[in-house]
Design a protein around this ligand. Structure first.
Ligand code: NDP
Ligand code: 2IT
Length: 450
């Protein structure tokens, strides 16, 4: 049996075993720094090396993906699937296609997903996959050939009770369709092996909306619980203009808030009149059908485009980072705190650096960490799996209520584990980490050493 080690010794080991994987180190340290104090007086978790085992993926699959572009050239990308932990259910998590994708980024995402999926209360383990393929500027036919080639290897490693991928950055309805088509062709099976499917072939209503809506529900719950406040009348900074950002912006509008910004990797747009529902529909069409850039918004609706910049310098009441990891650094956080931002709800995964997170917590800014705030997406993915397994289709109203209930449940668990003596508000970072950890850890204890 192992003796307790300090967090420094633990992190030294993580860094030694995973050299150069900075995003993975960051995610593990962020979780460990709340779990180590929690388990200080619970030696069983040390004895059975639970944290060390969760921070070592069950399996990493990495493979070559060859495809032919429209000009006839042979292209070679790298594909991955990280199966982090299946203690409480089949591996579950998205697939990301972006040129920045590497093993470190996918390992951080798979690790985070393990705790997020636990928080949902549904039986799902943690995984993540992807490729350094860049869908931007590619034709539909090129994206199709890439997706087919990617699935031609991935299909051996997944299954509706093994590992169930979904979308993430660069992977939406179009890519899921191509991948599911290839899965069906290779296996001759039609099941819930992927989520985020089209409604015609086993997808679930409200899956596209679920992450953004859930992120606003979490924000709403934090404001209500800790400040007795509402979204109505508040101004919001939203980053990103993809799946999560646009539906978060939509729900802010539903609640009577005003969205001031959206962004992409070229810069951000600022619309002082507010990005209303009609304008959001236009952005969704721009991004999913025309595959355009957010700068085009200004030609259509006015406002300002700030090239190469992030929106965090503007004054607003709340912020929803919905683009990518580490998009809010310590300098951004200082400006946001000075400008009086009251709450941050993370739609993206790990969008806030750890020093920025600390600065928010120190300044009593309500902070909804990704693994809690953006869990609505994977929750409805879990509901899609249930519908597929039972060969049924739930109605929109039923699913909306289930999503709301799950997000309320996550908020409740975070509030339960996130009470810190002397702190004015709930520490949702601690709450989410500990609540997510306990279920996975106790399942692992039940299994013994495996
Ligand atoms: P999309 O591909 O739909 O949109 C991503 C958006 O973020 C785009 O506007 C994109 O701009 C921008 N973006 C991506 N990378 C960068 C970068 N390096 N710098 C600046 N902007 C960038 O992805 P999603 O909306 O699905 O995902 C956004 C975030 O939400 C990710 O962190 C993802 O992991 C997380 N998430 C997604 C869930 C889902 O259900 N889809 C569930 C939970 C979390 P551009 O077009 O210029 O690349
Ligand atoms: O980060 C995430 O939770 C996602 N990209 C969604 C995962 C899923 O399986 O729906």
């Amino acid at each position: 049996m192992s003796e307790p080690v300090s967090i420094d010794t633990f992190m030294e080991g993580v860094k030694k075993r995973n050299p150069g994987e900075t995003e993975f180190h960051q995610a593990v340290f962020e979780v460990a720094s709340t779990i180590f104090p929690y388990i200080a007086d619970k030696p069983i978790y040390h004895k059975w090396e639970i944290m060390r085992r969760i921070a070592e993926p069950d399996r990493i699959v990495s493979f070559r993906v060859c495809w032919q572009d429209d000009a006839g050239h042979i292209r070679v990308n790298r594909g991955y699937r990280i199966q982090n932990n299946n203690a409480i259910g089949p591996y579950k998590g998205g697939i990301r296609f972006h040129p920045s994708v590497n093993q470190s980024i996918l390992k951080f995402l798979a690790f985070e997903q393990t705790f997020k999926n636990s928080l949902t209360g549904l039986p799902m383990g943690g995984g993540k996959g992807g490729s350094d393929f860049n869908p931007k500027g590619k034709s539909d036919a090129e994206v199709m050939r890439f997706c087919q080639s990617f699935m031609t290897e991935l299909f051996r490693h997944i299954g509706d009770d093994i590992d169930v991928p979904a979308g993430d950055i660069g992977v939406g309805g179009r890519e899921i369709g191509y991948m599911f088509g290839q899965w069906k062709r290779l296996t001759n099976r039609f099941n819930g092996v992927l989520t985020g499917k089209g409604l015609e072939y086993g997808g679930s209503l409200i899956r596209p909306e679920a992450t953004g809506y859930g992120c606003v529900y979490f924000l709403e719950n934090m404001l209500k619980h800790d400040l007795k406040a509402e979204i109505e009348g508040k101004t919001a900074l939203v980053s990103g203009s993809g799946n999560v950002a646009t539906f978060a912006a939509q729900k802010i509008n539903h609640r009577g808030g005003k969205v001031l910004t959206l962004s992409d990797s070229d810069g951000f747009i600022y619309d002082p009149k507010g990005i209303d529902l009609k304008k959001i529909d236009w952005v969704i069409d721009l991004k999913t059908k025309r595959r355009g850039r957010i700068a085009e918004y200004v030609k259509e609706f006015g406002g300002e485009f700030h090239a190469g910049k992030k929106p965090w310098g503007l004054k607003a009441d709340v912020a929803l980072p919905c683009a990518t990891q580490n998009e809010i650094g310590i300098e951004d956080a200082k400006v946001m705190i000075k400008n009086g931002v009251k709450a941050v709800s993370e739609g993206a995964n790990m969008p806030t650096s750890q020093d920025a997170t600390h600065a928010f917590l120190e300044a009593n800014v309500l902070f909804g960490p990704a693994k809690a705030a953006n869990a609505g997406g994977v929750s409805v993915s879990g509901l899609e799996m249930s519908q597929n397994a039972a060969h049924i289709t739930w109605k929109e109203g039923e699913l909306q209520k289930m999503l709301r209930d799950i997000m309320d449940g996550i908020h409740g668990k975070c509030a339960q584990y996130g009470q810190v003596k002397g702190k004015k508000y709930v520490d949702y970072v601690q709450g989410a980490n500990v609540a997510g950890f306990v279920k996975v850890a106790d399942a692992m204890l039940a299994f013994g050493v495996v």
